[in-house]
Design a protein around this ligand. Structure first.
Ligand code: BES
Ligand code: MN
Ligand code: ZN
Length: 495
């Protein structure tokens, strides 16, 4: 897909489809006035006749408009002026993109992108266009035997800018948006693949492929013997019941100054979470193939950052394994020693994410990171607390938490802060080891974070619980590609 930004002056060029936003109540925006005139007032007539109301997300394709400036016009509803926002702009773009990709147009001119959106600058207006087109074109790597529909014909998208001053920002936004979309697509592919394909070793080969594709990336994949040597008793305890060997992926991106402290991204890579001996209920258990989305978002974010050549150092650390029951599996009451030396009583084998992450956090210290962010589908309690709209962020550092909240808001991939406090950590008390791996039902997302906190050892750290935002259930079951937009935005803001 080719993206271009252009100003009003160059808009004489003919397009196969002009995409025009229309407000609720049917008012044509000023940017479409000259187009309407060139089309003999046809757009105002369609609206005047009541054929298009401007409801948010409504679309109407006017095909076959002849040899004027636009062969087609796609009207897109923007909704009411008073609720016009970043969110409604993105929803209008998503709807427009769907209609555009269904049409026969090979190129499009997004006049909608010249629209003023409160709190959204020209960079983000363009970036969201590229993200919408990338997201709209995404196809699940399914194994359906029916023939695939023909791919969309759209090859080129031009974004209209209000004036020349906006041009550079819009171009940057398009490049960044295309990279975010490519990174999210990798994350979605990996998360959507079934667990019998996307195994820990499979994630290892994908990480190695990233290193082959980008000379700024170096990947190492550690196996069971090395994990034993490192003393990762907590991580290894989760893999005991599985026939699939565990892997630790270490992916270094070097775009910044030599010796500049990297940001460490630690992603939970449980390729299937059955719960282990504390077996989960059957309904919805298939969705535990998504339990490696934290890992997938680390790979997707590194891909996006490498595509952009961002001037920053990042290290991705991914503990990957299955959580399965068997005669060899870890049992409730078993006590293990983590790489940090602290002992853990495993009261529930379904609280496995924290067990693999704690050793990965300890491992991350050797990179002397400027900040460590772990990303995990960690708790059902987080889904209860925040639902599917926002990820949870918990942090021991005010500035880091604020930066992540702001990045999420800007990127329209929002998160919300939950507390991190000693009184919650006290729920992890054990009579037999330094602490237990669960702290009861109350405040489950926070006690999980408190568990990880015990392994952070003075680093600046944030924990993102993405259990609610990583994937959708039901008819639209599938990975969302979150929180790649948030993470890329955060890293760009640090570079
Ligand atoms: N992977 C799950 C968390 C999860 C639940 C993710 C629902 C997405 C949707 C995690 O490993 C888990 O099982 N957590 C337990 C923890 C409990 C035993 C303390 C949970 O949330 O029930
Ligand atoms: Mn679990
Ligand atoms: Zn899990």
């Amino acid at each position: 897909m080719e993206f271009q930004a252009e100003t009003r002056g160059s808009r004489r060029a003919r397009t196969e489809c002009a995409v025009v936003g229309v407000r609720d109540g049917g008012t044509l925006p000023p940017v479409a006035a000259s187009l309407d005139k060139a089309l003999g007032g046809r757009l105002s007539r369609v609206i005047g006749q009541g054929d298009f109301s401007g409801r948010l997300g409504e679309t109407l394709l006017l095909p076959d408009l002849g040899s004027g400036p636009a062969a087609r016009v796609l009207l897109v509803g923007l909704g009411a002026v008073k609720s016009w926002s970043r969110r409604s702009y993105r929803r209008a773009l998503a709807a427009a993109t769907q209609a555009l990709l269904r049409s026969g147009a090979r190129d499009a001119l997004m006049l909608i992108a010249a629209e003023h959106v409160p709190d959204v600058d020209p960079y983000y207006r363009a970036r969201f266009v590229a993200e919408a087109v990338g997201g709209g074109r995404y196809q699940i790597p399914d194994l359906k035997t029916a023939r695939r529909p023909a791919p969309p014909r759209l090859k080129r998208v031009r974004v209209a800018c209000a004036d020349r001053a906006e041009l550079a920002a819009a171009k940057r936004g398009l490049a960044h948006g295309a990279a975010v979309a490519a990174g999210s697509a990798l994350t979605r592919d990996l998360a959507n693949l079934p667990a019998n394909v996307c195994t820990p070793s499979y994630l290892g080969t994908v990480a190695k492929r990233l290193a082959r594709e980008h000379r700024t990336i170096r990947t190492r994949v550690l196996g069971t013997a090395e994990l034993k040597r490192l003393g990762m008793g907590a991580f290894l305890s989760v893999t005991h019941g599985s026939e699939e060997p565990a892997r630790l992926l270490v992916i270094e991106y070097r775009g910044g100054a030599r010796g500049a402290a990297p940001v460490a991204l630690v992603g939970k890579g449980v390729t299937f979470d059955s719960g282990g001996i504390s077996l989960k209920d059957p309904p919805g258990m298939d969705e535990m193939k998504f339990d490696m989305t934290g890992a997938a978002s680390v790979l997707g974010t590194l891909k996006a950052i490498a595509l952009l050549g961002a001037p920053i150092n990042v290290v991705g650390i991914v503990p990957a394994c299955e959580n399965m029951p068997s005669g060899r599996a870890t049992k409730p009451g078993d006590i293990v020693r983590s790489m940090s030396g602290q002992t853990i009583e495993i009261l529930n084998t379904d609280a496995e994410g924290r067990l693999i992450l704690c050793d990965a956090l300890t491992y991350s210290r050797r990179f002397r990171p400027a900040a460590v962010i772990d990303i995990a589908t960690l708790t059902g309690a987080c889904v209860v607390a925040l639902g599917q709209h926002m990820s949870a962020v918990m942090s021991n550092d005010e500035a880091l938490a604020a930066a992540l909240l702001a990045a999420g808001r800007r990127a329209a991939d929002p998160c919300w802060r939950l507390p991190l406090a000693d009184e919650y950590g006290e729920q992890l008390k054990s009579n037999f080891a330094d602490f237990a791996n669960v702290g009861g039902r109350e405040g489950g997302a926070v006690t999980a974070a408190c568990f990880l906190w015990k392994f952070v050892d003075g680093m600046k750290w944030a924990h993102l619980d993405i259990a609610g935002t990583a994937y959708l259930s039901g008819a639209n079951k599938g990975s969302t590609g979150r929180p790649v937009p948030l993470l890329v935005d955060y890293l760009l803001s640090q570079s």
